[in-house]
Design a protein around this ligand. Structure first.
Ligand code: BTN
Length: 254
């Protein structure tokens, strides 16, 4: 397969996204930043922007996103988007990516792809309003081949752990049609129809977890809007903020 199967992706996706274009850039600060700039400037055509290298990749919660050139897939998809309810969108996108790539990929609420308790990839969703219409920019970063831990407490997972022949181009071709179909369905129906499928891949369900804003409890799964159900001594609490991160609590933590 050629490095980036742009033509095949375009053929598979353009019937569902009129005006769709595919662009591959050797280097950019961040594919999300670039598509947000374009959206704010009124360029709202559905666009897939693949970045071979990002010099200022961004993760959630203002964190940087580092990716090894040639060993990772970093791209963003921008399109006009007006769902009735945005809640659960990151879960729906994670599900589309996981289901299209491999049965062994788990989902960690709200935005992470996990394999064997290690991070495989992440999703950054941003929205802009252009000419009175809403536009979404969905950025996805996936480790394709293993890379050193680089100061992280656990080394990240790689797609080749599960799919030894995986390349960034092959992964992108596999996931794009499912991603676009999922976005179209979500726009009409929201997260509720996906709740049961999310549950199958939910890596936190049943585990003790803690949140970045100091909550602890047992993760019970997600509700019909994609909110995390947290069981605490006082009862069940729903967490729907995208401003928190959640991690499993190690068993020996007091
Ligand atoms: C996260 O896990 O915090 C989200 C990571 C999202 C990374 C992707 S890589 C392509 C796109 N461009 C960016 O700058 N970020 C997203």
């Amino acid at each position: 397969m050629e490095l980036w199967p742009a033509e095949s992706i375009w053929e598979a996706v353009s019937p569902f996204l009129p005006g769709f274009t595919v662009e591959v850039l050797p280097e950019i600060d961040s594919s999300n930043t670039e598509l947000m700039r374009r959206a704010r400037a009124g360029q709202t055509e559905p666009t897939l922007l693949v970045a071979e290298q990002q010099t200022a990749g961004r993760g959630r919660l203002g964190r940087p996103w580092q990716s090894a050139v040639g060993d990772s897939l970093t791209f963003s998809l921008s399109l006009p988007y007006a769902p009735r309810d945005w809640s659960g969108l990151s879960l729906a996108i994670g599900l589309a990516v996981a289901e299209s790539l491999h049965g062994g990929i788990g989902l960690k609420w709200p935005n992470d792809l996990w394999v064997a308790d290690r991070k495989l990839g992440g999703i950054l969703i941003e929205a802009a309003t252009a000419g009175g219409r809403s536009q979404v920019v969905i950025g996805i970063g996936i480790n394709i081949r293993p890379r050193p831990a680089e100061g992280l407490s656990t080394p990240p997972a790689a797609l080749t752990d599960l799919w030894p022949q995986a390349t960034a181009g092959a992964a992108l071709l596999r996931l794009m049609p499912t991603l676009v179909r999922t976005l179209k369905d979500f726009e009409q129906q929201g997260f509720a129809p996906l709740q049961a499928r999310f549950e199958v891949r939910d890596v936190l369900r049943g585990r003790e977890v803690h949140t970045s804003d100091g909550l602890r409890g047992q993760a019970l799964g997600v509700g019909p809007t994609g909110a995390l159900r947290l069981l605490q001594a006082q009862g069940e609490r729903l967490i729907d903020s995208s401003e928190v991160s959640v991690r499993p609590t190690p068993p020996d933590t007091p």
